[in-house]
Design a protein around this ligand. Structure first.
Ligand SMILES: Nc1nc2c(ncn2[C@@H]2O[C@H](COP(=O)(O)OP(=O)(O)O)[C@@H](O)[C@H]2O)c(=O)[nH]1
Ligand SMILES: [Mg+2]
Length: 150
């Protein structure tokens, strides 16, 4: 089963949307295998967003993601990476589909509520950046057979 990293960003925490975001992900059938609230350090932020170092928005992005606690989760499901990306919606909330998290809760690229890993490879890297192996729980839910055929 595939796993992916989600961050509920400072804007969502400050706006009281943690529960709403987690509810959307749970409704999708995703299983929470790790969850914590943390304040991201500047070092961790720079590492997490290393691909964007040269972008004009990089400084603002690092200062935003470190400005308040975030909720970090590892979610598991069939094709969890893509499933979470589609549940999140497009990076620019003004272009995100209605019904997606960004499409329903946000307006601006710099305040877009949620991060989700963009590939299984980056998911593995990001999960190990935020969690140790012992934080990830293996457990069955009685309803799993009603969500995934086999
Ligand atoms: N202000 C601003 N922020 C951006 C822009 N592009 C990306 N970002 C931010 O950087 C994050 C990472 O970008 P990216 O990996 O391309 O998008 P994501 O995978 O959908 O989150 C986005 O979620 C935004 O918070 C931009 O053009 N302007
Ligand atoms: Mg990304």
């Amino acid at each position: 089963m595939e796993r992916t990293l989600v961050l509920i960003k400072p804007d969502a925490v400050q706006r009281g949307l943690i529960g709403q975001v987690i509810t959307r992900l749970e409704y999708r059938g995703l299983k929470i295998v790790a969850l914590k609230i943390i304040r991201i350090s500047e070092e961790l932020a720079e590492e997490h967003y290393a691909a964007h170092t040269d972008k004009p928005f990089f400084k603002g992005l690092v200062s935003f993601i470190t400005s308040s606690p975030v909720v970090a989760l590892v979610l598991e499901g069939k094709g969890a990476v893509g499933l979470v990306r589609r549940t999140m919606g497009a990076t620019d909330p003004s272009q995100a589909d209605l019904g997606s998290i960004r499409g329903d809760f946000a307006q601006d690229m710099g305040r877009n509520i949620i991060h989700g890993s963009d590939s299984p490879e980056s998911a593995r890297e990001e999960i190990s950046r935020f969690f140790s192996d012992g934080d990830l729980l293996d457990y069955d839910r009685d309803l799993d057979g009603w969500i995934i055929e086999s």
